[in-house]
Design a protein around this ligand. Structure first.
Ligand SMILES: [Zn+2]
Ligand SMILES: [Zn+2]
Length: 157
């Protein structure tokens, strides 16, 4: 009786191991994937029009492939977090990432997320466009924008 039980357990373990193997075919065949290495190189240039920020990023758009499940309401400049190791491919885990900036919805200039460079109300605006646009916004949004403008002006002097 006890021998039978052991057999059953062994079978189950084998099955589990089998499932794991099926999940990892690429990892086993080529541990160093030149394409994956390539994809980790940041190739998109991001220059903020409001400050000196200049970075190479990995992605521009709404759904970064390395940030699983993330979908932005507008296009964003996104980079992989350089201080975090990438998760193994077979693990469906989101990677650490940093959203650096976006494009102004009016003039399409790139702006970073800093409060001194961009403002978000229904979409992102660079501060110069936001200043022009704010008269069309509801009072709360105007107040928030004015407050942000005064704070960012204060921090720059
Ligand atoms: Zn900036
Ligand atoms: Zn603008």
């Amino acid at each position: 009786m006890s021998i039978l039980d052991d057999d059953e357990e062994l079978v189950l373990e084998d099955e589990a191991a089998e499932i794991q193997r099926i999940g990892l075919p690429e990892e086993e065949k080529k541990p160093i994937d030149p394409e994956e290495e390539d994809e980790r190189t940041a190739r998109i240039e991001f220059n903020c029009s409001g400050c000196e920020m200049h970075e190479m990023v990995h992605y521009f758009g709404r759904k970064p492939p390395f940030a699983l499940g993330v979908e932005y309401p507008e296009d964003n400049y996104v980079m992989r977090d350089p201080f975090q190791p990438p998760p193994p491919r077979w693990q469906a885990k989101p990677e650490y990432y940093i959203t650096l900036g976006t494009k102004c919805s009016i003039c399409s200039k790139s702006v970073c997320k800093d409060t001194g460079c961009s403002f978000y109300y229904t979409s992102s605006f660079c501060l110069p466009c936001g200043k022009v646009e704010l008269k069309n916004w509801p009072v709360e949004a105007q107040a928030r924008m004015r407050k942000q403008l005064s704070v960012s002006r204060g921090s720059q002097t």
